[in-house]
Design a protein around this ligand. Sequence first.
Ligand SMILES: [Zn+2]
Length: 571
Amino acid sequence: MRLSRLISKTQREIPAEADTPSHQLLLRAGMIQQVSAGIYSYLPLAWRSLRKIENIIREEVDKAGGQEVYMPTLQPVEIWQKSGRDKAFDSTLPVFLTKDRRDHTLVLAPTHEEVVTDIVIHNVKSYRDLPVNIYQIQNKFRDEPRSRAGLIRVREFIMLDAYSFDKDQAGLDTSYQQMLDAFKQIYARCGLNAVVVEADSGAIGGKESHEFMLPAETGEDTIITCPKCGYAANAEKAIFNKKIDSRQSDQPLLMEVVATPGMKSIEEVAGFLGVPAGQTLKAVFYIADGEFVFVVIRGDLPVNEIKLTHALKAKELRMATEAEVIEKGIVPGAASPIGIKGIKIVADDSVISAKNLVAGGNKHDTHVKNVNFQRDFKADIVTDIALAKAGDICPTCDSVLQAVRGIEVGHIFKLGTLYSEKLGAHFSDESGGAHAIIMGCYGIGLGRLLAAAVEQNHDDKGIIWPVPITPYHIHLCPLYREGSRVAEITEKLYIDLLVAGIEVILDDRVESAGVKFNDADLLGMPLRLTVSPRTLEKESIEVKWRAEKQARLLPIEGIVGVVKEMLDKHT
Ligand SMILES: [Zn+2]
């Protein structure tokens, strides 16, 4: 590729609409172009990277036994009604709907569980037909209310979607493990450092679930990890050991009403009474699917709203307003679960072992000491609804947990029989009995992976492509001067590199070294080769890794072989 002919141009200014490094750099490098909010064109350089990612994914999923199919983007709404997921269209599954000329509603595919299950219904009859693994790498659509960060959260995207079908749980476990291993292999082959974490299964449903995260400061997700035993989970799902070192007596003491003038927050009350926050009881109020919910948790712990939503089996959850709290006869700042009637109470399990807590008195400027669960208040639901954070104790080895930001670049689920039961996907066993087929699903967003790769691999000058997914391997920079052999040597080198199967961008523009080097750094090809009158004096070419500061001179003689060897070490 001759840079003078490349359709896209680099830009020096940071685009105003871009707030994350990958969004800024992909725009500045002329790799993507926004068409509308969350809708992008991939220009030639980004498209080359994307196809490399796609090939790696295809090879690894094929190795894991996947069979590639093409499934339609236009789907009749009836199959979504059959699975019941049409009810989630406005909330957790923001779809694009359209109508055909007969006024028939069609869904622009946000995912393909319904269609893939239909393929299986028509083709799998007996246990002998199982297991199968079917996949596609295609466009999907979600009408995200907040598309953001360039390719990280978009409305039209390309995804790998693989689905496994098994006759029993052991089969699903095997298929799931094969795909988990395949995913690990995909990220490693892309030259990316991904962490596997336990995940919440969210809108898709199902039981066990893992996410693959690329650690990056700009990530939307928080990963809780244990440096000692390797425990890793999304903060939405992470658990921790809630034991607290306390001086509190194990014997429940008698309740005691105390005046706490002007003290409302946990910090104020704990400070005023001289107890740690962990010895107070925090009250938080939510509206879950329209119902008022009183949540209590140990004072030092934040509520995890995802866990709370699951505990309540709620579709929608929001904090209650102060007016809604007062309307229930509760005093904000001194709220107490003691004596509450007719309101659903959800307690975090931390309140079981914590003794003699300070709780609200449900009267202004009043709190109650020595409040104990069961004796003084009860709850309708007692379960883990606490948010894990850095500094908490590891649930498996008692080390201190750490938190890092990450970008989710893959998600796998054990769906079980959720869809096969609703859609009627059955197989007959050896004695002719019918059973629902057990499913797993496995997804990678390709554009997001590309952007996450940039988030993980860049500096203040530009992108630093990992060799396996770089648009081109080499950025060839001739510094032309009239009367020198630069043009002649460069042309020969360009052809020799191409013949050796190395992908090259030749910066054939008549520009200064500064302009050429800045663009080479911004575009981020792994190796830069510079041919100049100065290097030719020594019958040499300057070779520099994008990721390294130092360049070195290598003899022209044999340079193609040397460069090939350097690149091969990284693929
Ligand atoms: Zn641990």
